[in-house]
Design a protein. Structure first.
Lengths: 395, 118
């Protein structure tokens, strides 16, 4: 109803009018067969009348009203679109890009302010203030809750995709909980991504994001052990992976890459597909993964991607080669406070036989307060390193 | 709802008066204005005389002070405005983008505050 009317207050007004009409007509004409449906239908008609009056000003707007009028009145067909309309409104280009993601996570995905703050590396009051200001701008500037016309969609797509991606990231490595995976958030992100894919089947990055979520969440069943502790990719029981999900993701990414319009989500999905294809960790095609990370780095030059490439290089060419890249990154201030970088360094240091350096790097990571599942993993690694005698160097 | 589109530009940013480009730009202003009028959303619109013609007035402690020119030295000068009555922001932005100033300078689109009855 809110999407149909394009703004929340109009929807409320029309619903009230419909209820008033019911009070007047039902005692006179008798109760309709479906009273709830009757109220919705009347409210809908009132809203359409209002929109028709508004839209008489412009022929273009009339088309939009006709489109809404053709939708099913029971609401079932537009339920998914309601969410999408909200998503596009929250990612309106008139809002600052950083604000769009914050607003989407709060309004569309229902994430608590504290989670958003950790996810976006902001303070909680800063997030709360952003949300208040953004809602005020949406209301006062007249940003409507509706799926934009086809011509306006691409401009809003990048921030919509990023918001969905960040939602998935929060679900896949949640903050503020001891759970290793939060399926509710992962499924919410997948639902949003699928909805977008249905709406925009020809946008390669939308397909890429759906594939990425399928290929990553397909591994979730093996991401925690019986005690609920994190199990890293290399140690996972691959028979527990969700094959159906991985297969769907793989066929999507293969089809979209064949269109030769690569983008960051498609490349990340391709990397996830490499992992899905490996029967054991040792079978992983790390050279291919390192090459995909290089391509990704070209499209999106970020130190986080460089760090991931370093890990792939370490597996493809030996730990020393990967460590050299990570050491350079650790020296720059950008990633110095990112626990994963120090965990990566620790792992490679251990494989180089430098156990004391590895333990120091793990402690460095712990000091940066990683999420609890990661913390448990690190303490386990430190215990193992402390107990084990220094092995001979890997060749 | 009503929106005001404020047209800003640095002096000399657009085509120079008297050139064919200038005449073309005037034509584009006319067609933008005509499109708004045809859509029934144009409330008012006008170019402004240059900032040198402005007088700024302040009343402090009951005393009226006048000064020559706009209240502050800014690089981009206000050169004109459109008031549009649109269904939503998207519609206002679509029409504001037709104004040539958007290419040579910038157009600030702001909702006009709706005042209820006193």
């Amino acid at each position: 109803m809110a999407r149909l009317a394009g703004d929340l207050s109009l929807a409320e007004d029309c619903a009230q009018e419909a209820c008033a009409a019911a009070v007047e007509q039902w005692p006179r004409d008798g109760l309709p067969a479906n009273p709830g449906g009757w109220v919705v239908a009347v409210a809908r008609r009132r809203a359409l009348d209002h929109l028709r009056r508004e839209s008489a000003r412009s022929g273009k707007e009339r088309g939009a009203v006709q489109e809404w009028a053709a939708a099913e009145p029971d609401g079932s067909a537009v339920a998914g679109d309601d969410q999408l309309a909200l998503l596009f409104a929250c990612c309106h280009p008139a809002l600052d890009p950083a604000v769009r993601v914050t607003l989407t996570l709060r309004v569309v995905c229902g994430l608590p302010t504290a989670s958003i703050a950790r996810l976006l590396l902001l303070s909680e009051p800063a997030v709360a203030q952003r949300i208040v200001r953004a809602k005020r701008k949406m209301r006062d500037a007249g940003i409507r809750l509706r799926v934009p016309d086809p011509g306006q969609r691409p401009a809003r797509l990048a921030s919509v995709l990023r918001a969905v991606y960040l939602t998935f990231t929060e679900g896949h490595s949640p903050h503020g909980t001891s759970a290793v995976v939060r399926d509710d958030l992962c499924e919410e992100a997948l639902r949003l991504a699928r909805g977008l894919h249905q709406l925009l089947p020809d946008e390669p990055e939308v397909t890429g994001l759906v594939a990425l979520i399928l290929l990553t969440s397909g591994r979730s069943p093996a991401r925690a052990d019986q005690d609920g502790s994190l199990v890293l990719l290399t140690d996972q029981d691959r028979s527990r992976w969700d094959r159906e999900r991985l297969d769907e993701g793989r066929s999507l990414v293969e089809a979209v890459l064949a269109r030769h319009r690569p983008g960051p989500y498609q490349l990340q999905a391709a990397i996830a597909a490499c992992h899905a294809d490996a029967a054991t960790a040792a079978d992983t095609d790390w050279r291919q993964i390192a090459a995909l990370y290089s391509e990704l780095l070209r499209l999106d030059p970020s130190p986080v991607i460089e760090a991931n490439r370093a890990v792939a290089v370490a597996y493809a060419e030996g730990p020393a080669a990967g460590l050299a890249i990570l050491d350079t990154l650790a020296a720059s201030s950008l990633l110095a406070r990112w626990p994963q970088l120090h965990i990566g360094r620790a792992g490679l240091l251990a494989r180089c036989g430098r156990h004391q350096d590895a333990i120091a790097a793990y402690h460095h990571a712990l000091a940066l307060e990683p999420v609890s599942a990661i913390r448990q993993h690190i303490t386990g690694q430190i215990a193992a390193l402390g107990a084990a005698p220094a092995p001979t160097r890997e060749t | 709802m009503k929106y005001i589109a404020l047209l800003y530009g640095e002096p000399g940013a657009g085509p120079a008066p008297g050139t064919p480009e200038f005449m073309k730009m005037l034509g584009e202003f006319q067609s933008a204005t005509a499109a708004m009028a045809d859509a029934g959303i144009l409330v008012d619109s006008s170019p402004l005389q240059p900032p040198q013609t402005a007088t700024t007035i302040r009343v402090r402690d009951g005393e009226t002070q006048l000064s020559d020119g706009p209240f502050a030295e800014i690089k981009e000068q206000l050169g004109g405005y459109y008031i549009l009555d649109c269904a939503d922001l998207d519609m206002a932005l679509r029409y504001a983008a037709m104004i040539p100033s958007a290419r040579y300078g910038s157009v600030e689109v702001r909702p006009v505050m709706e005042m209820g009855p006193p």
